[in-house]
Structures are given as C-alpha cells and as structure tokens.
Design a protein around this ligand. Sequence first.
Ligand code: V47
Ligand code: SF4
Length: 401
Amino acid sequence: MEVESRLDLLIENKLLAADLKAIAVKVKRGERISFEEGVLLYEKGELGYLGVLANYIREKKNGNYTYFNRNFHIEPTNLCVYDCKFCSYSRLIKQKEEGWEATMESMLETVKGYDDEAVTEVHIVGGVLPQYNMKFYMDLFAAIKRHRKDLHVKALTPVEYHYIFKKAKVDYATGMRMMKESGLESMPGGGAEIFHPEIRDHICKDKCDADQWLSIHEEWHKLGMHSNATMLYGHIEKFWHRVDHMERLRQLQDRTGGFQSFIPLKFRNKDNQMSHVDEVSVIEDLRNYAIARIYLDNFPHIKAYWAMISRDTAQLSLSYGVDDIDGTLDDTTKIYSMAGSEEQNPAMSTRQLVELIKQVGRHPIERDTLYHIVTDYQDYVFEEKETEKVNYYSLPVLDNH
Ligand code: V47
Ligand code: SF4
C-alpha cells in the first residue's frame, strides 16, 4: 500500500527529529497522540511530514472515497441578539433595515421549491431572535417532515438551543428530546468557534460557552443521534487553543461516538469587527486539516467547506486528511461572499464537483447525511441535460454561528 511505504520511508529518515519520528511511529501503530504532541505538530510539523501522516490515516479510515451531499440551506433570519466579532453575516437588531425575518410559510415555500430536486438534506441555521422560539422550530420541523418525509432535517446549533431552552425553561435533555420528536434528525457543527475562554470571551462572549455547547451535543448523542463539530481558526488564537478545542471534542466523542465530521473553518476577515486580523496562508490551512486528521483519531470524517477556501485548496486538502467536501444547494443569493470567500460567485454543478474530485485521483461518492452511499460517481456517465444544470453547489458563504 502506497501510504504505508511513504510512512515507513518517513520513519526511517535519519534527518527526522526524534520527537516527530515518535509521533509518526504512533500513527503507524494506530496510537493516539497527546495534547503536547498536538502542539508540537503545529509548532514543528512541516507540510510534507504532516501530509504523509494525515493521508495515511485518511486512507486507512476512508480509502480513496471523497464524499459530498446534496442539500440546501434555509436561514430564518440574519438578525441576531448576539454580536460575535467575526460574524460578517448577522445584522444586529439596531441595523434592522438590512435584515430579514422569514415566516414559517416562506420557509415551507423554500422547501417546496426543491420538490423536484434530488436533495437529501435541509440545513437550517440563522441568527437568534426571541420570536424564533421552541414552539416555532418544533412546528417548522414537523411541517417539513409532513411535507417531505425523506428530507433529512439538520438544524440549529447549541447557540440557538441554549437560548430557546432557557426561555422555555426546559433542560437540555428534555429540549433535545422534544426537538427529536418534532422531526430534528441531525445537528450541524456551528457555534463552536474556539472553546477556550481566553479566546471565546474576546470573539463571542455572550453566546453559549464551551461546556454548554458540548453538553447539548452530548444530550443529542445520548438520544442515538449524530452531529458535526467545527473550529473557527486562524485569527487571535494560539496553536495550543486549537489543540485544546480538539481535545474537548475528542473526549466527548470517546464518551458518545455521535460526531460524524469535523469541519475546520478558516477565519475570513471581510466586513466584520475583526477585519484588522490577517488571514492565515494556504499552507497553514493544509497543516491545520492534517493535524485535525491526526489528532481526532475517533472522528470518522474531516470535511472541507470548499467555497471558503477555493477549489484549488479544496483539491489539495484531499491529500491532507480531508475526505468530505461540503457543497450546498442554495439559490437564495442572500448571503454570498459576505466574509470574503475565495469564490465570489460560488456555484458548482454536481458534474463539476465530481470532476474536481476525480482530477486529484479520488473516488467521488454522493452520500446522505448519515454517510450512506447515494450514488457512486467513479464510473458515472453524465447525461447532457445534467451537465447544463448548474445545481447543487453554490455557497452560503457563512451561515452563522
Ligand atoms: O459557527 C462565521 C463560521 C460557522 C466567519 O455542520 C466564519 O455540516 C470564517 O458551522 N470567517 C457556521 N468562518 C457554518 C457552519 C457549517 C458550515 C458548513 C457545514 C456545516 C455542517 C456547518 O461559520 C460559524 C462560524 O464558526 N464563521 N463567521 C468568518 N468571518
Ligand atoms: Fe449571531 Fe451566530 Fe453571528 Fe454570533 S455568529 S452574531 S450568534 S448569527
């Protein structure tokens, strides 16, 4: 196996520092690396070295498969009671003229707009406002499921859940059970940002804290359900804050096994209160994917959000631990490019995404939310009409939290 011999060659390399060699040996043996070793990888691991380790793990776990799914986004509102410094999307209530507040009916119309499309998931996330309370979301999820039973509802994050449960005076366990009963099927990974209070207090101090974020996911996992986790990196945090973030996720995953994918989100600095903070390089993006793949040994998937990092970086990421590319069906155009994504008009057809994956020698698989195979695109022949249809891969640059 090619990845094995590359790793063996690296381990045998006499020029490799002893501490980095020890980590490579651990990876080869399938052993977990420590917090200190995680920090060491950030401080000393150069790209080539990290790529060999991360690709070894990626191929052990997921072979050559590269997953994507077909979904669309609904954003109930871009107004928010919170004021996260990195958020380019939310308009505070005081800037209300730039905001929108979707009604239940209009959101159901959006869902109906995809009736003839082969989408498998609706991803719902928006700002936090008092009128979008527990009852509202329970009614919304139930109405979506009544309309289209096979559409997987992946919705809201602990940022909303913490807020609406507190208002409704229900505890997390009860709240998540009620959400499940009303039709919620998965939770997306947003709102995690950086868990450590040294950073969190600077960038998003008012919304749910790390323990609350983790507890809500834990309650959800206890119900046998799945979710994702993100990390907003490349701003004011130090390397050890990133490792601390992943450590907390790794510990929760040991207890529950409910996380499916980890999605590193590169901080983009356009039009937000952190515009003075420089963005990190592509090399740092790739190093970060690789270290996430090495550190999070109990996460099945590492996902890249292609529209935020450009198509080229998305292709490269597939050699640095990533096995899933997020694309989105979204024709609302409301929130394109708000934080300065690479892709100013980010639309990609299924065919283009499949070609992007094949160009770098990977095997494209359309999956559903729970990673069941929907279509194997390795030998798929597109019909002419399918090539013309620009469909599922346009970008909601950022939802929010
Ligand atoms: O939590 C906000 C991030 C996240 C900026 O679970 C920013 O499948 C960069 O969580 N620069 C929301 N990032 C998006 C998200 C997500 C995306 C795709 C798939 C899934 C999933 C989840 O966007 C927020 C925040 O961390 N974000 N502002 C910014 N200026
Ligand atoms: Fe509100 Fe989310 Fe933006 Fe924070 S990131 S201001 S919680 S919409």
